[in-house]
Design a binder for this molecule. Structure first.
Ligand code: BGC
Length: 514
């Protein structure tokens, strides 16, 4: 999905002749690679919990700790507003965003496996540094190393999964990354629940991130390179052997031919990024590279995730209750990913985007109204209102978990034509990480100043993105990936770009004849 040199196996008219079995070799490769999602997810889940732990705050963010103690029983929108505290969270995403471009280069030239190994090592070192941190600098440097790990992992793992998967089950295999991401978040919440009382508990929470990194590194040593990458590097014999082993059959001629052709076509494009800017690629640029990844983050989902424990504490819940509430919300995220995996190929992408978008708007408005009426007067929230908020936030998360979460990665990965797929996917990762970092950096200060209004802002964004999907995204369900361009030609808005392009091609052809 993400990454440099994406070469698709779903090529041309030969797809119907592809043969495959689900082999143990394939299962091993996808399970190890999918661990990359759990690194990402574990970190997403653990940071929110740790930044609300008293012992952690006392050690590194004393001012926040003091403010928190002074207003312990009160409801206060600004309790956690501290730019350094948010820098702790968002530094990782800035590092990930920058390293994605390096990862793209390594993935393309040295192979997917190399990027997976680099990602695992960097993540491991970051987790060690964080676990033993003595000062803020160690913490932030550790976060940056984790970020590089995630930059490499997110760039290459979804790509690896897509390339290893037989074409017919690519959608579900692709979403495995989202599933492991959400499982990582879920497990991180349990870890935080168990460690939060102990003075050094936060060290364990942060240090346990070494486990998925170690598993991914050791597994990565035995991981086969993808056939696509081997073909791309000119190692045709090896590529064919791996393909036969992964597919569990020697009848791979059709798929192998497509790999070779796809690789040649992709190599012929010298400037994929420039190509992406061409008028004929406007729908993919606007929807896939910019709109969907930015909108995925503007749903406000990560604010809820990073700061769910902090939000619940700000709202007057006790420390342990907050962690339990966020465990419930992240459980909804896993459930959402499972629902999406099971149904998205049957019900379609648009159906999920639209119905879940409507549900998310309602939830955001409900949270904003509840807070406007009951919160911020220095009085603790009643139990009933607290429960209502947890349920509403869980419904919001469940809606995101089956729509913008998985589809925010899946849809861009299926709409780029081959020649811009690599560049397009690099943009997807970059825009996604940029918006993740911005939201992480801005959320607490916005909560402090806009108060309940911040949830209305997110609600407004979700309304805009739902209309964006309604008017601009055609249904891609079960459309062969190399035929997606036909959807634009028949689309009420995008067809003018294709028409113009067709006319241009006709003129060019005539000129050539003259
Ligand atoms: C998003 C992340 C998010 C995660 C879980 C992913 O698809 O890219 O930003 O935290 O889903 O919600």
């Amino acid at each position: 999905m993400a990454g440099g040199g994406f070469v698709d196996a779903h090529g041309g008219a030969r797809a119907e002749y592809y043969e495959y079995n689900i082999t143990w070799y394939f299962i091993f490769a996808t399970v190890v690679a999918a661990l990359g999602g759990s690194l990402f997810g574990y970190d997403l889940g653990v940071s929110g919990g740790v930044t609300s732990m008293d012992h952690f705050l006392k050690e590194f963010f004393h001012e926040v700790y003091k403010r928190k103690q002074e207003h312990l029983k009160e409801t206060d929108y600004c309790k956690y507003d501290n730019q350094l505290l948010t820098l702790f969270t968002s530094s990782l995403y800035f590092a990930a965003l920058l390293s994605t471009f390096v990862a793209s280069h390594v993935t393309r030239n040295k192979g997917r496996r190399a990027s997976i190994l680099v990602g695992a090592v960097s993540f491991f070192l970051g987790a060690i540094l964080n676990a033993f941190a003595q000062n803020l600098a160690m913490l932030i440097i550790g976060r940056c190393l984790l970020g590089v790990g995630i930059g490499f992992g997110n760039q290459t793992v979804p790509l690896y999964l897509s390339e290893m998967a037989p074409a017919k089950v690519r959608g579900a295999v692709n979403q495995l990354f989202q599933l492991t991401t959400t499982l990582g978040i879920f497990i991180a919440n349990f870890v935080n629940n168990a460690t939060e009382k102990h003075p050094k508990g936060w060290r364990l929470s942060l240090g346990l991130a070494t486990i998925p990194a170690l598993l991914m590194f050791v597994g990565g040593l035995f991981l086969p390179e993808t056939p696509n990458s081997l073909v791309e590097q000119g190692r045709l014999e090896e590529g064919r052997k791996v393909l036969e082993r992964v597919r569990g059959t020697t009848k791979v001629e059709a798929e192998f031919q497509d790999l070779i052709e796809a690789s040649e076509a992709a190599k012929a494009i010298k400037h994929p990024f420039r190509n992406l800017l061409k008028r004929k690629n406007r729908p993919q640029l606007v929807i896939g590279a910019l709109g969907i990844p930015a909108f995925q983050q503007l749903t406000g989902m990560n604010s809820v995730l990073f700061y769910a424990p902090v939000i619940f504490q700000s709202l007057g819940f006790g420390s342990a209750a907050s962690l339990w509430s966020s465990t419930i919300t992240t459980g909804s995220l896993v459930l959402g990913a499972l629902i999406s995996m099971a149904l998205v190929d049957k019900l379609g992408r648009r159906a999920f985007f639209l119905e879940a978008g409507f549900e998310m708007i309602c939830c955001m408005v409900a949270v904003a109204v509840t807070l406007a009426l009951n919160f911020g007067q220095g009085v603790a929230l009643s139990k009933g209102i607290g429960i209502f908020l947890v349920v509403t936030i869980s419904l919001f998360v469940l809606a995101f978990g089956r729509s913008w979460g998985p589809l925010g990665w899946l849809v861009p990965s299926e709409i780029f034509p081959l020649e811009t797929r690599s560049a397009g996917q690099s943009m997807v990762v970059c825009v996604n990480m940029l918006f993740t970092a911005l939201i992480a950096q801005c959320f607490l200060v916005s909560l402090c100043h806009l108060r309940y209004g911040i949830f209305l802002v997110f609600g407004g964004f979700i309304l805009i993105m739902t209309l964006f999907i309604y008017f601009l995204l055609p249904e891609t369900k079960q459309v062969p990936i190399e035929e997606i361009h036909l959807l634009w030609q028949n689309h009420w808005f995008w067809k003018r770009y294709c028409d113009h392009d067709d006319q241009l091609q006709q003129v060019e052809r005539k000129l050539e004849q003259v």
